[in-house]
Each structure stands twice: as C-alpha cells, then as structure tokens.
Design a protein around this ligand. Sequence first.
Ligand code: JHZ
Ligand code: ZN
Length: 406
Amino acid sequence: MFNCRVCNHQIEPFMDFGPMPIANGFLKKEEFAEEYFFRMEVAFCDHCGAFQLVEQPDAQRMFHENYAFFSSLSKHMQIHFKAYADFVMERFFAGRKDPFVVELGSNDGIMLRNFKEAGYRHLGVEPSENVADVARAQGIQTISEFFNLELAERLVAEYGHADAVICANVMCHIPDINNVAAGMAKLLKPDGVLMFEDPYLGDMIAKTSYDQIYDEHVYIFSATSVSWAFGQHGLELIDVLPQVTHGGSMRYVFAPKGSHAISPNVAALLEKERAQGLHKAETYEQFRRNCEASRTALFGLLERLHQEGKRVVGYGATSKSTTVLNYCGIRPEHIEFISDTTPIKQGKYSPGVHIPVRPYEEFKQNPPDYALLFAWNHAVEIFEKEGAFTADGGKWITFVPEVRVL
Ligand code: JHZ
Ligand code: ZN
C-alpha cells in the first residue's frame, strides 16, 4: 500500500516491471558497476484517477547537465511544435497587449523559438543545462531551474504574471503535481491559460504501449485525472485536443475557474474515458496481462531470430526502449547495436541491458536483416526516409500495438 501522489488515498500497485535503470542513463563501460536501479511498480488510484509510478528516482538523477534527449532531432516534432505555438498565439494571444508566455521543460527551445520569432515576450524554464544551452545560443531566454511554487513567486516578482503557461511532455514528469499546479495558478493572469500535452492513458491502454512507463513518466494522464488534480487549485479544464505525437498524446487546456467558456470536447472525452473503463481496476488487470503477452511474443521472436543467425539492430535509443529491453529480458546477443542520431548517446551503452549505441551511419553502411523499431512513435518520419532499407529486403519489427514483422 502507498499513498496516491495526487489525492493521498491508499492504493495498491497492480504491476511490477522489476528493477529498472534510468531510462536516459546511457553509460560507458566503466560506469556499469555503479549503475543505479529502482523498482518500477505502477498503481492506479480509483479515487482521483491518477495512473502513477510507486517509486521515482530523484529528479537530479534524471535531469542534469548531461541530459540525453534533444527534442529538435525530429523534423516532424519541429512541425508539431510550430503548430502548437500557432495554436496558442492564434487562439489566446489575439487582442492581448504584449502577452508573456512561460514554457516549463523547454528543452532545446523547439517550441519557444516560434514565440521568439513572432516577437513575443517568453521565458523557458529548463533544469537540464546542456539542452537549455542550445536554446540560449539561439537567443531564447531560458533559466535552468526546477519549477515549483517558490520559483513561480520569484518569476511573478521579476517578470509579472503570464498570459500562457505551456508545456509538452513535461507535466507527467513532475511528481509533486500539487505544488506545481499551485505554482501555475500563481503565475497565471486571472484570464491566463495553462496548457500541456503528454502521452495519453487511453492510447497506452488501447495499444498496450507499456514503454511509455519509465522513470521520467511518473504519471500517465487522462482527462479525468488532470481535471481532478488541477481542479484542486482553482483551474478548470476548458478544452482537450488529441495529438498523434509520442504514440498518442492529449493536449489539456486549463484556465482559472469561470474565466473561459468550456468546450463540449471536455464532456465528450470524460464520457469516452468511462466507456473505455479507465476508472476500473479490471482495465488495468487486463493491461498487465496484455503487457505480459507482448513480452512473451517479442522475446520469443528475438530468440528465434538469434538461433537462425539473423542480424537484428534497434532503431532509436529511445527512453521507451529502456523499459522494453529490461522488462522483456532482452540481451546483447539478441540485438547487435542500437542506431541513434543523438551524438551524446553514441559510443555508449543502453541502460541496464548494455547494448551498444552506434551512429546512424553504421545502420546505413551495414543494414541488418531486421530493424527493431524502438522509435515507433516516429514511424511515419522513419519509413519515409528508410525506403531503401525495405526495398533491399530489410524487415521491421514493431511491438505496438502488437508484436509484428513488417
Ligand atoms: P523519442 C523522450 O522520450 C523523453 P523518447 C521524454 N521523457 C519524453 O517524454 C519524450 O521524449 C518527449 C532517435 N531517432 O522522441 C532520436 C533516430 O535515431 O521517441 C532519439 O534518441 N532517428 C522527455 O526518448 C530517439 O530516436 C530518427 O529518424 O522515448 C527518439 O526518441 C528519429 C526520428 C529519431 O523520445
Ligand atoms: Zn488519487
């Protein structure tokens, strides 16, 4: 039993993924002996609807000056964040005098650069110095701190209240959601808006995409759970917009209670979540069984290919792949290397399982028989550019929504 991180009710974990390393903790050989592991168990709170990790490593272990994930490496994500910024500017900034936008977890500036180019006052809050430096080098105003109520008070004193507080793939990383929601309510103008998007629980359950669960993702949100959590702090859910990014995400828009009209999308999604059974324990029991079946199928396939002497290479050393590799018991003999375009990951080893991460050029020069698509959320972008691999007889292995060879 432990207490829900959002509402404090007593809850019971329903699934144990076993010992897990830091998902973005790519490491060198000499660091193997000291590698940090935590026990990755998940629980669902039937009081407030929060799907959550029981234990999460300290923030400083995950977000630091060597953070390995740079948002701007994907072309499609650059287009996505331009559209997100346009949505904010067109829907909420029209007619406002000198609006001010704050982004939490602004990474390398992939979203804020659009506000900067449009001439808006902006501020990024990004605790990982190395990714923040990339944003600063482009003239995007960024401070490197963790956001909380205390920082919100300092920001108000220094910059004034915000017209919009925005995030993407950040809110679900922050364990003390009550402190952050209180900070956001403090930072916003009385008619300001808060919005964030994160991987969506409804998609994860529907697709058995259990690899969304790793140390950084302390929550997998639904409209039901976020409206409960932020409602505690005087913020009301005024709109919801499904996104295709990261394998199925949801953008939630909040505003101080009574300040904005509520879109009919909100009631429709809450209803849909009930119909999907997101409030019921049985749904999570079924999810656990689906994960176990997926693990058996993927491991079995990789064992068979190994026995047949086939070459398998991982495509994309994603955070998500850390969960798949460790949970499924995959070993270096199953996967020759993982190809990735991120310089800081190359030449290192994957967390826990220690599969080498190699530059993309090695994949191109020596294509394997099978590419295991760890970056399945970027499938459209990747298939667009890997036509030659398929044309030459290369095969893809995917595991979401089910294990298949394409
Ligand atoms: P990608 C990260 O998750 C971590 P990850 C974080 N916790 C989160 O929430 C989401 O992002 C937003 C490489 N790649 O985007 C680049 C290629 O090699 O699925 C990346 O290392 N070739 C903040 O890590 C990885 O794959 C390509 O063509 O699961 C993709 O990581 C492409 C497109 C990517 O996020
Ligand atoms: Zn709860």
